[in-house]
Design a protein around this ligand. Sequence first.
Ligand SMILES: Nc1nc2c(ncn2[C@@H]2O[C@H](COP(=O)(O)OP(=O)(O)OP(=O)(O)O)[C@@H](O)[C@H]2O)c(=O)[nH]1
Ligand SMILES: [Mg+2]
Ligand SMILES: [Zn+2]
Length: 337
Amino acid sequence: MDTQATTRSGLKIGTVFKKTIGRYWVRADGETVVCTISSKLRKKLVYPEADPSSRRPSVDKVVDITMVDPVAVGDEVRFRDAGEDTGMIIEVAERRNKLSRRAVTHGREKWERDNKELEQVIVTNVDQVVAVIAAKRPKPSWRLLDRYLADTELLELPAVICINKMDLVGPDEIKPQVEVYSDVGYELIFTSAVEGQGIDDMRIILKNKTSVLMGKSGVGKTSILNAMEPGLGLAVQEVSDRVNKGRHTTTHLEMFPLQSGGFVIDTPGMREFSPWQTSNVSTAWLFREMRPYIGQCRFGTDCTHSHEPGCRIKAAVAAGDISERRYSSYLRLLRSS
Ligand SMILES: Nc1nc2c(ncn2[C@@H]2O[C@H](COP(=O)(O)OP(=O)(O)OP(=O)(O)O)[C@@H](O)[C@H]2O)c(=O)[nH]1
Ligand SMILES: [Mg+2]
Ligand SMILES: [Zn+2]
């Protein structure tokens, strides 16, 4: 793809920073252009199945994240300028990486008709993942954090762990629980979006990079962004006001430019972002502390490190060299894959 904003073919180049059904907001040369997609790209659209008895494609409520779409937030695209800040996306540049999840969809094309599991791309071209957990309210979900870290390892991206709501716990309440992650080599930061603690650290971490904030609903992802950049004024909601379980305050993806340079993508809480069922990387490889033992077990690389005799990883857990909590996350992921 050409580096200039306009290519020889007369198409312009920009980055998708937001989308809703059929509409894509593209930033190009500091301007925002609202684009549709070409019919060639539109042929690749697949809609989710809302009602199994209906064969008609219907649209889910959280439209922009449930639709399987050939264009994602983060994509670098070529578009035809149609004037008055509108355009049409013709082509998507090759992606450096992509965060995605599995989506059961009901496609229009014959080969897609059997409720095929499809990959739904959430964000592309990112530099790092920031996994956010709350020290309290909601209670930390270590298993979800381990899933995020495993997904990040599979993507070969760096991960930073942010423990938010530090104003709700005593300093020594949470640190012993997260030491395992710094021991394994992950960067940890401690923040309070309410009191401002660690917000400068967050600015440094996000500077000049494209980062994705991941974490379950209510941990304070949007609040951290608001604390960093008060101008954004994004919606947040009390955890206790979330009447329906699973209801997110942030319901769509958007990539925001940061004053200090770089971009950040706020996400609604997700269970996974890298379906590795299709990958041939072993699950143990996704747990950094297990890597040195891979191939050392009695059954060599055939060992799943779950029930086999002579397993070096199980021995390391028993000896306290690998955390039991991390190992139990490993077993859970192994069984789900
Ligand atoms: N005490 C305390 N409360 C916080 C902190 N950060 C966020 N909150 C509160 O936690 C609640 C949820 O915050 P949000 O920023 O909406 O959480 P979110 O992670 O963006 O949630 P979703 O958009 O649903 O995924 C709000 O009531 C915030 O005011 C913090 O550091 N300390
Ligand atoms: Mg939010
Ligand atoms: Zn083993």
